[in-house]
Design a protein around this ligand. Structure first.
Ligand SMILES: Cc1ncc(COP(=O)(O)O)c(C=O)c1O
Length: 425
């Protein structure tokens, strides 16, 4: 009989892993079990090489790096965007690598949120990442609207997940635009983006998704689903590095909109250096860029995206689901008596790339795990997030992490961290 709690079985699974060779191309922190790729993805050799090459171009060519090399910096954004587009299921001109998650949401709201007498509210949810809420509130205020009355947040019945029915019920006539997560940063729930998009459009609402926790982990078909806009970061499953350049998606039906926040890098490149005061925008999402792109951030991201591209998002999703399924089975078997509850939906089509476990002492347990070399993370109020990343994690690591958790709970070693309060990123 197969038994998930058996380490031989984990070893056997790792031996079958078609992505074992890909893992070898990543820098795994020595002596650690790294299960935090949904916070910060790891460095790959490809990313490192592209960064070093870019530094060498700067070192040897100076300003001519913008134009003189085969990999000129001037069109680096286009090369990176081209590799991002298939990850969200969009055409190349609907995606641009730019800004950060928060800045991109600001840009999209500045461009697309056009409140009128009848429709002037924004729909979000009570579990949204705080920065998204701050951005939404500032756009309401900028248009003279009060967030207290014009930001509508869908509540969660269990504090961890959202119900699509509740979201759809909240799509009332005054809602002009909805901003929702693709995958919830806390519980790892994957929302039904195509269904929500259909329902929003049926009610005349523009809809966009924060794909920070889904890009690079879950396949998307944003164009096919008709999503209006999306935005994401690149430092999680895209392994672009700390603070890496983010990305945004703008459905082509909005290509006629003027960028809410314009800048010269949003220009059509044929005209950018004419230095005219007449703004001639680039076609599509590229028009939503503002200033000079951070080349030293785009370089490793390009290297890292090549890895994802070579493997393919469908293969990544298949292994990711297998890893999270294994983790769920293990937790059921090994931690059943330990007072830990899995709050991530169990159905494959409702979960993203990580598993969230609830425990009253989740923070102390996370600290104790880190102390033992197992890197997972804590999110308030009581969640331990464990992200086995398809490109570089394996089944034995999941096995070891769960055994460690069991041991820490049984021996109550974690208690010495209960009163520590430092929150780590
Ligand atoms: C879901 C989600 N949205 C937004 C953000 C904010 O991203 P940034 O700091 O890159 O703007 C984060 C950051 O981790 C996030 O996880």
């Amino acid at each position: 009989m197969r038994f998930s709690g058996d380490s031989d079985y984990a070893r056997w699974l790792d031996a079958q892993d078609p992505l074992a060779g890909v893992r070898a191309g990543f820098c795994l922190p020595p002596g650690k079990i790294y299960l935090d790729g949904n916070s910060l993805g790891l460095l790959s050799q490809e990313a490192r090489l592209e960064l070093i090459e870019t530094l060498q171009v700067w070192e040897t060519l100076g300003i001519e790096g913008w134009t003189a090399t085969e990999r000129d910096w001037y069109f680096m954004t286009e090369r990176v965007s081209r590799l991002m587009a298939p990850l969200v299921g969009a055409t190349e001109d609907e995606v641009v690598a730019t800004g950060s998650t928060t800045l991109n949401l600001h840009q999209l709201l500045a461009t697309l949120f056009e409140p009128n007498f009848d429709k002037n509210a924004i729909l979000a949810d009570s579990l949204a990442f705080p920065s998204d809420i701050f951005a939404i509130e500032s756009h309401l205020r900028l248009r003279g609207l009060n967030p207290e009355t014009h930001l509508k947040k869908v509540d969660s019945a269990d504090g961890f997940t959202l119900s699509e029915e509740a979201i759809i019920d909240a799509m009332t006539p005054e809602v002009a635009l909805a901003v929702l997560p693709g995958v919830l940063f806390t519980s790892g729930q994957l929302l039904d983006m195509p269904r929500l998009t259909r329902e929003a459009h049926h009610k005349g609402i523009l809809i966009g998704f924060d794909c920070s926790h889904s890009i690079g982990s879950v396949p998307h078909a944003l164009s096919e689903w008709g999503v209006d806009f999306a935005f994401w970061c690149s430092y999680k499953y895209l392994n672009g590095g700390p603070g890496a350049v983010g990305g945004l998606y703008l459905n082509q039906r909005h290509f006629d909109k003027r960028p809410g926040l314009a800048g010269w890098f949003g220009s059509n490149k044929k005209h950018q250096f004419e230095m005219s005061h007449e703004f001639k925008p680039a076609l599509g999402a590229a028009a939503l860029q503002t200033g000079t792109p951070p080349i030293l951030s785009l370089a490793p991201l390009h290297g890292s995206l090549r890895v994802l591209h070579q493997v393919g998002i469908e293969v990544i999703r298949e292994k990711s689901l297998s890893l999270t399924h294994y983790l769920i089975e293990l937790c059921d078997e090994v931690l059943a008596e330990a007072g830990i509850a899995i709050v991530t939906p169990r159905e494959a089509h409702r979960r993203g790339g990580h598993i969230a476990l609830a425990h009253p002492h989740a923070f102390a347990l996370c600290q104790a795990l880190r102390n033992k070399g197992v890197i997972a993370d804590f999110r308030p109020p009581n969640l331990i997030r464990i992200a086995p990343v398809a490109l570089y994690n394996g089944y034995q690591e999941c096995w070891q992490a769960v055994q460690m958790l069991k041991e820490l709970i049984e021996t109550r070693v974690f208690e010495r961290w209960i009163d520590t309060t430092t929150l780590v990123p």
